[in-house]
Design a protein around this ligand. Structure first.
Ligand SMILES: NC(=O)c1ccc[n+]([C@@H]2O[C@H](COP(=O)([O-])OP(=O)(O)OC[C@H]3O[C@@H](n4cnc5c(N)ncnc54)[C@H](OP(=O)(O)O)[C@@H]3O)[C@@H](O)[C@H]2O)c1
Length: 237
C-alpha cells in the first residue's frame, strides 16, 4: 500500500456529503488535502481543527472553467506536488425526456462532466510526475444501468464512466490509475427527499470514504477500474 505521508489529494465538493466524508477520512490518515468548492466558509468551518500545514482550500465552481486550473495550480504551488484527485462534486436532476430544459442540461453537464474532465486535464502533469497518481471519479450506479426516467443524471453519469476509462488509458504508463466509484443511494443531502429507501438503509458516506481511501492507497499493479457499491439487491449489478 502507498503510505499517505506527504501525498497530496484534491477533493472537489468536500464541504458536505460524500466529499466531506472522504476528506475527513483522508485527513485522519495523514494525507495533505486541497479542498475545492463553491462554499469556502463551510470548507473552512469543517476543517477548523485540522493541521494547517496539511490543508489547502480553494474555490472550485464547475460552471467557471477558469476556476478549475486556478485551483489545481494553487494546490501544486502550495504543496509542490499533487498525487491524487477525487472528482466528487456533482449534482442531481430529475429531468425526464418529457420536460427537457436546456439551461438545466447545461448546468448538470458542467457539474458532472465538464468540470471533472478539466480537473483531470489540469492535474495530469502533476499526477504523472509523482509516478503513482490516483484519480477517483465519483460516478454512480446510474452510470452503469438505467432504472428510472431521470435522463440527464443518467446520461452524465454514464459519461463519467467513459471519462474514467479515458483517464485510465491516458497515463497508465506513467503510473496514473483511475477508479469510478459507483454507489446507489447514499445518505446525503442529494437523497434527503427520496422516498425510495429509509436513510439508514442507504449506503453511508463514511463507508464510501473508506473505499476511496483504499483505492487511493493501492499500488500501481492492483488497481480497481470500477467499484460498484450496492445498498439493495439489483438484478444485474
Ligand atoms: N447521494 C447519492 O445517492 C449518490 C449516489 C451516487 C453518486 N453520487 C454522487 O456523489 C457525488 C457527491 O454527491 P453527494 O451525495 O455528496 O451530494 P451533496 O451532498 O448534494 O453534495 C454535492 C457536492 O457537490 C458540490 N457541487 C455541486 N454542483 C457543483 C458545481 N457546479 N461546482 C462545484 N461544486 C458543486 C456541492 O457544492 P455546494 O455545497 O456548493 O452545493 C457539494 O459539495 C456527486 O457526484 C453525486 O452525483 C451520489
Amino acid at each position: 500500500m502507498l503510505p499517505p505521508d506527504g501525498r497530496v489529494i484534491l477533493i472537489s465538493g468536500a464541504n458536505r456529503g460524500i466529499g466531506r466524508a472522504v476528506a475527513e477520512v483522508l485527513q485522519a490518515q495523514g494525507y495533505s488535502l486541497s479542498l475545492g468548492g463553491r462554499d469556502l466558509n463551510s470548507l473552512k468551518t469543517m476543517s477548523a481543527d485540522w493541521e494547517p500545514s496539511r490543508l489547502h482550500i480553494a474555490r472550485y465552481d464547475a460552471a467557471d472553467w477558469a476556476s478549475h486550473r486556478e485551483w489545481v495550480d494553487a494546490a501544486a504551488a502550495r504543496f509542490g506536488r499533487i498525487d491524487g484527485l477525487v472528482n466528487n462534486a456533482g449534482m442531481h436532476s430529475a429531468m425526464t425526456l418529457r420536460a427537457p430544459d436546456e439551461a438545466a442540461l447545461d448546468a448538470i453537464w458542467a457539474a458532472n462532466c465538464k468540470g471533472p474532465l478539466n480537473l483531470i486535464h489540469c492535474a495530469l502533469p502533476y499526477l504523472e510526475a509523482c509516478g503513482a497518481g490516483r484519480i477517483v471519479n465519483v460516478a454512480s450506479l446510474s452510470g452503469k444501468r438505467v432504472r428510472n426516467d431521470q435522463v440527464a443524471y443518467n446520461m452524465t453519469k454514464h459519461a463519467m464512466i467513459a471519462l474514467n476509462h479515458a483517464a485510465r488509458r491516458i497515463a497508465w504508463d506513467k503510473g496514473v490509475r483511475a477508479t469510478a466509484l459507483c454507489p446507489s443511494f447514499v445518505r446525503t443531502d442529494m437523497t434527503a427527499s427520496s422516498a425510495a429507501l429509509p436513510p439508514e438503509a442507504m449506503t453511508q458516506p463514511a463507508d464510501l470514504a473508506a473505499l476511496v481511501a483504499t483505492v487511493l492507497a493501492l499500488p500501481n499493479n492492483a488497481t480497481v477500474a470500477e467499484l460498484l457499491v450496492n445498498c439493495r439487491l439489483e438484478d444485474t449489478l
